[in-house]
Structure formats: structure tokens, C-alpha cells
Design a binder for this molecule. Structure first.
Ligand code: SPD
Length: 280
């Protein structure tokens, strides 16, 4: 069926012209794969845009590189969610990564992404450093040993349905506990426009749980409002704010969006209403 495929959010539609390729219900959610005219193949979960071939870099480069260019070490990485493989792909471009665990709750998201959107995970799926678990990320962090990861990245969907538990204090406290000294935590933190209160609540909570937490602002064109955020946190210093030149040099040439300068601008671009809300 060809036509408009929309995410509807609070009386606004965010849509692409295209055709539906797959509609199925997994034990966790409704999964849709589409082919759009503008951005290639795309994935929606429960009717919300997750990714699309020709714009996924806005999201994945923004989540990954400030964390991996800021952490003291990047040997062991944990990705919670991220079943399309894009976050793992960007992490594995860093030579210093020797082990990456990806824990995705919905095995069908992985299978359908590999079948219909193979370029998003790219070579990550066959990389010997990549270790896939289909399971509950919340249980994984609760059971992981203290100080067992250098970087923890949460690539979940919106805080409803299976992703709801990825945004609360207990989950964030476990993420803090399993980080090694000098480690960095990062999560997608919703839109400051379309999910204003949720965005502010995530940043406030991360500032309570970690000593340092700061949102970076960028764009994901098909997400509600297009204006998006990722929040980075650390215990020892806001080490994610500035990219280490050695790490940046190895990945910048292959990025479409991310550069050290773009990153600094993204952290500086906090809108006034968020700044005021965080001061209260
Ligand atoms: N509103 C959409 C938030 C989705 C975040 N995760 C996207 C998955 C891309 N790997």
C-alpha cells in the first residue's frame, strides 16, 4: 500500500511518503518496515519512527561519538536496545573497542533490521568484538558486575511500552554502578519541543544520579519536531564535552554529521526554557 506513513504525536503528524513492506506484532510491540521516497527504508515501533537508511546518521553519530571520544578508556562497551545495529556500527569504528555487548529485548527487531535495513548495522553484525543478547536490558544492568563497562549507551524508544524502565532512577543507578572510573553513560533523551517535560525530567534525574550530566541538541528530521537530544553523564568530570583529538582523528573522516566542533555547538545549544527549568 502506498501513501503517507505518519507518526502522530499530540495533534501533529510526522510523515514520509512511501510503501509498507512489513507489519507485524511481536510479543513486545507493533513493528513496521517501510520504503520511503525520501529517506529509503525505515523502521517504526508502535507507530513511532526509529530509523531510516538515509538519515540514521543524525541519531547514531550523536549518541555514540561524544561518549566514545570522551571516556577514559573504551575497551568494553554496553549498548541497551539499538536492535537496528546502527549504534553498534558507530561504536565499532573506534579501534580501541575490544568487546561490545548489545542487549535488545525484541529479537524480531534485530531480524527485520538485518533483513530489510542491512546497511544500518553494516559490518557490526559479523564483527568478532560484537556480542548479541536478546533479552531484557534492565535485568542485564541489574545483574552486571560493578565497574564492568567503560561506556554504557541506551538506544531505546520513547519512555512507554518496553522502553519505559530505561528512564528511571533505579536503572540509571545501576548504569552508574557498572561504569568503570572515567566511564561515560549516554541515552537518547527525547525532544525538547515535542517531549519537553520528559526531556527536562531525564536531564534532572541524570544530574541527581551522576555528578555531571549534559544534553546535546541536534536533529533527527522525521522524529516529532525534528529537534532531538542525547544526554551524557559521568562521575569524575564532564569528560564527554570535548572530544579527545586522537579518537576524533580516527573517526571524523567517516562521519556525516559529527565533528568535534559540531559536538561543542550541540552541547552549547541548550534553549533558554531548558536552562531555566534545570535551575529550578
Ligand atoms: N522517538 C524515537 C526515539 C527512538 C530512539 N531510538 C531509535 C533507534 C535507533 N537506533
Amino acid at each position: 500500500m502506498s501513501g503517507w506513513i505518519d507518526e502522530e504525536h499530540r495533534g501533529v503528524r510526522y510523515g514520509l511518503a512511501g510503501v509498507s513492506l512489513v507489519e507485524e506484532t511481536s510479543p513486545f510491540q507493533q513493528i513496521s518496515v517501510i520504503r520511503s521516497e525520501r529517506y529509503g527504508r525505515g523502521l517504526l515501533l508502535d507507530g513511532c519512527w526509529m530509523t531510516a537508511e538515509h538519515q540514521e546518521r543524525h541519531y547514531h553519530e550523536s549518541l555514540v561519538h561524544p561518549a566514545l571520544c570522551g571516556a577514559e578508556a573504551i575497551e568494553r562497551i554496553l549498548v541497551i536496545g539499538g536492535g537496528d545495529g546502527g549504534t553498534a556500527r558507530e561504536c565499532l569504528r573506534h579501534n580501541g573497542v575490544s568487546h561490545l555487548d548489545l542487549v535488545e529485548i525484541d529479537g524480531r527487531v534485530i531480524e527485520l533490521s538485518r533483513e530489510h535495513l542491512p546497511g544500518i548495522g553494516g559490518s557490526a553484525w559479523s564483527d568478532p568484538r560484537f556480542h548479541l543478547t536478546v533479552g531484557d536490558g534492565i535485568a542485564w544492568v541489574a545483574e552486571a558486575a560493578d565497574a564492568s563497562y567503560d561506556v554504557v549507551l541506551v538506544d531505546g524508544s520513547d519512555p512507554a511500552g518496553p522502553a519505559e524502565g530505561l528512564f528511571n532512577r533505579s536503572f540509571f543507578e545501576h548504569c552508574r554502578r557498572i561504569l568503570r572510573p572515567g566511564g561515560v553513560f549516554a541515552t537518547q533523551s527525547e525532544s525538547p519541543e515535542a517531549f519537553r517535560d520528559v526531556h527536562i525530567a531525564i536531564v534532572k534525574l541524570l544530574r541527581e544520579v551522576f555528578h555531571h550530566a549534559d544534553p546535546l541538541y541536534g536533529w533527527v528530521p522525521m522524529y516529532p519536531s525534528g529537534w532531538w537530544s542525547w544526554t551524557f553523564a559521568a562521575l569524575d568530570s564532564p569528560r564527554y564535552l570535548k572530544a579527545r583529538p586522537d579518537r576524533a582523528a580516527t573517526i571524523a573522516g567517516g562521519c556525516e554529521i559529527w565533528t568535534p566542533r559540531w559536538q561543542e555547538g550541540g552541547f552549547a545549544a541548550m534553549p533558554a526554557f531548558v536552562e531555566r527549568a534545570l535551575q529550578q
